[in-house]
Write a protein that binds this ligand. Structure first.
Ligand code: ZN
Ligand code: ZN
Length: 231
């Protein structure tokens, strides 16, 4: 289990769910499930530098934006696959015996992937996602043994993505987002500002930074210093 960041898909838990969600819900995928998870693929901090460097090239971002994401959106929108996936995931949700609400968190990750692709989501499924968020475990601190649910900046990121959801519009979870309110450049009209000390946390403005400082201070490691493996 590894977690190298505070936001969505910055840990093995989210990526593992993303990699197996379609099959896990009992759908045949042929070969395109790989494309679903490649919308959010990231390298962890142990990956060789070449692997991380690939994701930063303009060739890769062009391919992601113009090939992979539209391809996944089309798949999800064909024959209402997205809606059927939601129905299957919601049917598997259970409150009993699911101590960490992992089945509900699967639906959250499915929602995040749908929003990532800009696929169609019904008003009812959107509302269901909103209703699920407060039921999911969320912590602002580093956890050593268990990694379930959200960290605060990921939760904010998801809520902002729900608020700004538009069918047909892809929303990246990898670009900088405000650690307090989850907004991205497209929502606020400028790139979020970096925390000067760690260069990891980003904020839409000083107010958001100030409000999140109490939680962020424990993880604000000066840029360049060795970081813990799990945040
Ligand atoms: Zn903000
Ligand atoms: Zn910082």
């Amino acid at each position: 289990m590894g977690r190298w960041g505070w936001r969505l898909f910055e840990g093995d838990q989210d990526l593992d769910v993303a990699c197996s969600i379609v099959e896990g819900l009992g759908f045949k995928t042929d070969s395109w499930e790989h494309s679903l998870s490649s919308m959010v693929h990231q390298t962890d901090m142990l990956a060789p530098p070449e692997a991380s460097a690939l994701y930063r090239t303009s060739e890769y971002s062009d391919r992601l934006a113009n090939v992979i994401v539209p391809y996944v959106r089309e798949n999800l929108d064909t024959d209402n696959l997205g809606a059927r996936l939601f129905a299957a995931s919601r049917a598997k949700e259970t409150g009993i015996g699911d101590l960490f609400q992992d089945s509900k968190y699967c639906t959250i990750i499915l929602g995040a992937l749908m929003i990532r692709a800009g696929a169609r989501i019904s008003a009812e499924d959107l509302q269901h996602l909103r209703d699920l968020v407060p039921q999911i475990n969320c912590t602002s601190r580093r956890t050593i043994f268990e990694d379930h649910g959200f960290r605060d900046p990921g939760k904010a990121q998801f809520l902002a993505a729900l608020d700004h959801y538009e069918p047909g519009v892809a929303r990246s979870f990898q670009e900088p987002s405000c650690f307090k309110c989850g907004k991205i450049e497209a929502d606020i009209g400028h790139k979020p500002l970096q925390c000067k000390k760690c260069k990891v946390a980003t904020y839409c403005n000083k107010d958001c930074q100030r409000e999140q400082w109490r939680d962020h201070r424990v993880s604000c490691v000066p840029f360049g210093q060795v970081r813990v493996l799990n945040v």
